[in-house]
Design a binder for this molecule. Structure first.
Ligand code: 5GP
Length: 181
């Protein structure tokens, strides 16, 4: 199951709110970006340096990876397949290029594009996040605009995140309908 969408649309919040409604393993990604004050290594991400990230690529340990806003992010094969093998649903929170890679390799994956109601909402959500610089916000906003235009129609489902509860229950419904049991 893939949840994607522009940075700041609320993917993290949605994923957190979804966990009591649907049983899944959240695939913790590797990233080269710095840890924010409220993040824990191994929970939100595995924070690694550039060298370690390159090693993961060389060793074939990543299902997909992409560069986003100056940093690299990648889905660890083990975070996906070890859990799928145990019969668990697995959820990826990835930016668009990563989502395209997984959708192409696994066309049966459920893919959801989380859409902001408008760009102002995106900007204020980014500002509400600690640890993001003005330059980062500006880069991500510009990127978001083109991602929305290019991306939304390539996903199996589009959910607008204007009301969190409504978005989360829509996604839970999509996942329920698409799960084997
Ligand atoms: P942030 O730095 O705000 O945590 O994440 C930036 C973007 O990277 C988000 O859109 C998030 O979905 C995406 N992302 C997180 N993990 C991965 C990953 O493993 N692969 C890819 N391609 N994108 C990821």
């Amino acid at each position: 199951m893939i949840i994607s969408g522009p940075s700041g649309v609320g993917k993290n919040t949605v994923v957190r709110a979804l966990s009591p409604l649907h049983n899944f393993h959240f695939a913790v990604s590797a990233t080269t970006r710095n840890r924010r004050p409220d993040e824990t290594h191994g929970v939100e991400y595995f924070f690694v340096d550039d060298q370690a990230f390159s090693r993961l690529i060389e060793q074939g340990k990543l299902l997909e990876w992409a560069e986003f806003a100056g940093h690299r992010y990648g889905t660890l094969q083990d975070e996906v397949f070890l859990h799928l093998d145990q019969g668990q649903d697995v959820l990826l929170d990835v930016e668009l290029n990563g989502a395209y890679q997984v959708m192409e390799a696994y066309p049966d994956a459920i893919s959801i594009f989380l859409m902001p109601p408008d760009l102002d909402v995106l900007e204020s959500r980014m500002r509400g996040r600690r640890g993001m610089t003005e330059a980062e916000i500006a880069t991500r906003l510009k990127l978001a605009e083109s991602q929305i235009a290019d991306g939304w129609h390539r996903f199996g489902h589009v959910v607008v995140n204007s009301d969190l509860d409504a978005a989360v229950s829509a996604i839970a419904g999509i996942l329920r309908a698409g799960s084997p049991e």
